[in-house]
Each structure stands twice: as structure tokens, then as C-alpha cells.
Design a protein around this ligand. Structure first.
Ligand SMILES: Cc1cc2nc3c(=O)[nH]c(=O)nc-3n(C[C@H](O)[C@H](O)[C@H](O)COP(=O)(O)OP(=O)(O)OC[C@H]3O[C@@H](n4cnc5c(N)ncnc54)[C@H](O)[C@@H]3O)c2cc1C
Length: 278
């Protein structure tokens, strides 16, 4: 389970202790963006690992980076733990609330700040859905390669925390290979930038350290991603083999001849209906 904690943790253990904190939150954000009623909190009790549930003290829905920073600083001041949440599709309790803590929902930070086809990069907010980046880049013949199966729903913030990947990652690498720079708010409210707009950076690879941290090091506020050219042509090949070993051997052959530029999917049974070509 991954949680971002503030220090010292557990400040708001009782309803009475939580009151000043909740009042401060409500003063900070416009009405309707601090959820505290049980019916409002239920959707945030778990992620896609529904075997575990924990009702948060509150859910906040910031719409700007400054609002996220203000909420994190309030949590730090009151010693209240928080968990960042994208679309909640984590399969391992990543966005499960901490007892006595709040959830910071980031879906409303969903702007593509800049798309630079010349530099082959995009600067996006953390709540941008993975697939939306490729859709925005498509007119320029570019796309964002890491493709978890949840890509029509999951956010780039969640992808970063879990270093997510999919079928294209066999060829192009995981999320960590496609993040150039990050603007982050640390658990004590300090805002820092890591990396930049190039794969070549000076000094330790702090972007690499942050990607895959499961939300423990801070909240990504802005993300610079690398875009790659879309393949010129797709050909879909469906082949049947008598064993997984034989199928694996065939894939190895295609890779060796460098004729495979797209994802490979395997089924142990014939799918019905057959998938449509991309
Ligand atoms: C049907 C299905 C298919 C899936 N397929 C794949 C797959 O092919 N490959 C794969 O890798 N995963 C897969 N997953 C898992 C999941 O979709 C990924 O881990 C995804 O990256 C989670 O994104 P999210 O926006 O839902 O994040 P959430 O579940 O909301 O959060 C995940 C983690 O990210 C942290 N987090 C969220 N936003 C931020 C932020 N801005 N800054 C810092 N931390 C943050 C959270 O605290 C949490 O620890 C699948 C899940 C489902 C339900």
C-alpha cells in the first residue's frame, strides 16, 4: 500500500481534532470541493483493489496547482496524512486512504499545458488521461508510447507513481523512459522541479527516482512527457501456435529481424470475437 504521509502523521485522529483542519480546508477551496458526507466519500474508500476499504476524513478536489500546494501545506501544518488520487484504477491499494487522512483527487487538473511537435514533447497536468495525450499528439504524427490497458481512464499522475506500462513498452520502455521533467510538491509543501525538456540531464536522475515511488515522495503537479513518431503503417497478424514456447520463439524471430514495431498480444484461447485492427 502506498501513502504520502506528512510529518508528524496522525494529527487528526478524532472528529474533534479534525474540526479546525476541515474548517481551514473549507475556507481554502470554493464550496463543493471539500467532500465530507459519507455518501460522497464512499467512491473514494478504495481503488480497483476493492478488497481493502478505508473511509477518508475528507476528499478534496483542487482545480489548480496552487490549490494542491495550499492543501498539502495545510495537511503538513495540521499533521494530517494525505493520499494523491488519479482515476483510482490502481490494482494494489495505491490510492487507498490512510486512517484519519484525506484524499487529494487530481482529475480536475486535466489541462495539456503545451504540446511541442518540434521538440516532440508535451507538458501536461497530472490528471490528464493517458490516452488524451496521444489523441492530442495524433495530428502531428506523434503519440505517447506507454499504454497500460487502463489508458482510456488512468491518469499520467498515477502512471508516474506506478511506472505503468503496456504492450508498447516491450519496444519503447516503461513510463520512466518517457518522463523528461516534473514539477512536484513535496509532503512539507515545498515545490521543486526535476529534470527538464531533454533525456540528457546533468546530475543524479531524480526524475527516475520519483517515477515509480508509488506516491510516497510527493504529488506531481506538472509533467513533461516525451512523444514518439507514430508508425507509418500497421499490419495486424493473427497466428496460432500449439504451445506458448513455440509462440515465444516466433516472437523472438520477429524481433531479431526487427520487423515488429507494434505490440504483441497473446491468448491461451482463441478470442471471440476476434479483435479489430488498430
Ligand atoms: C482494467 C485495468 C487494466 C490495467 N492495466 C494495466 C496495465 O496494462 N499496466 C499497468 O502498469 N497497470 C495497469 N493497471 C493498473 C493502473 O491502471 C495503473 O497503475 C495506473 O497507472 C493507475 O493510474 P490512476 O490514475 O488510476 O492512479 P490511481 O489508482 O488513482 O493512483 C495510483 C498511485 O498513484 C499515486 N498518484 C496519483 N496521482 C499522483 C500524482 N499526481 N503524483 C504522485 N502520485 C500520484 C496514488 O497515490 C497511488 O499511489 C490496470 C488497472 C485496471 C483496472
Amino acid at each position: 500500500m502506498a501513502h504520502v504521509m506528512t510529518a508528524p502523521p496522525g494529527g487528526a485522529q478524532t472528529a474533534a481534532a479534525a474540526r479546525p483542519f476541515l474548517a481551514a480546508l473549507e475556507q481554502t477551496l470554493p464550496p463543493g470541493r471539500v467532500l465530507t458526507r459519507p455518501a460522497e466519500l464512499i467512491p473514494y474508500e478504495s481503488d480497483a483493489l476493492t478488497a481493502y476499504r478505508e473511509r477518508p476524513l475528507a476528499v478534496v478536489l483542487p482545480e489548480t496547482q496552487d490549490e494542491v500546494v495550499t492543501v498539502v501545506r495545510l495537511c503538513h501544518r495540521h499533521g494530517v496524512p494525505f493520499v494523491a488520487r488519479g482515476s483510482g484504477t490502481s490494482l494494489s491499494g495505491g490510492s487507498l486512504p490512510v486512517p484519519g487522512g484525506i484524499v487529494i483527487g487530481l482529475n480536475r487538473l486535466n489541462r495539456i499545458v503545451r504540446l511541442d511537435p518540434q521538440q516532440r514533447l508535451a507538458v501536461v497536468e497530472p490528471g490528464v488521461v493517458n490516452l488524451a495525450i496521444s489523441q492530442a499528439a495524433a495530428p502531428y504524427g506523434l503519440y505517447y508510447a506507454p499504454d497500460p490497458s487502463s489508458q482510456p481512464v488512468c491518469t499520467i499522475g498515477g502512471n508516474i507513481a506506478f511506472n505503468s506500462g503496456g504492450a508498447h513498452c516491450l519496444k519503447y520502455g516503461m513510463t520512466s523512459n518517457h518522463i523528461l521533467g516534473l514539477k512536484v510538491v513535496l509532503p512539507d509543501g515545498e515545490v521543486i522541479t526535476l529534470g527538464g525538456e531533454s533525456l540528457e540531464t546533468v546530475g543524479p536522475d531524480l526524475v527516475g527516482l520519483f517515477v515509480g515511488c508509488e506516491g510516497l515522495f510527493g504529488i506531481a503537479l506538472e509533467v513533461t512527457v516525451r512523444l514518439v513518431p507514430r508508425p507509418e503503417r500497421y499490419r495486424t497478424v493473427l497466428a496460432a501456435y500449439r504451445s506458448l514456447a513455440a509462440a515465444g520463439g516466433a516472437c523472438r524471430g520477429w524481433w531479431r529481424r526487427a520487423c515488429c514495431r507494434a505490440p504483441l498480444k497473446s491468448w491461451t484461447r482463441w478470442p471471440s470475437p476476434l479483435p479489430k485492427p488498430p
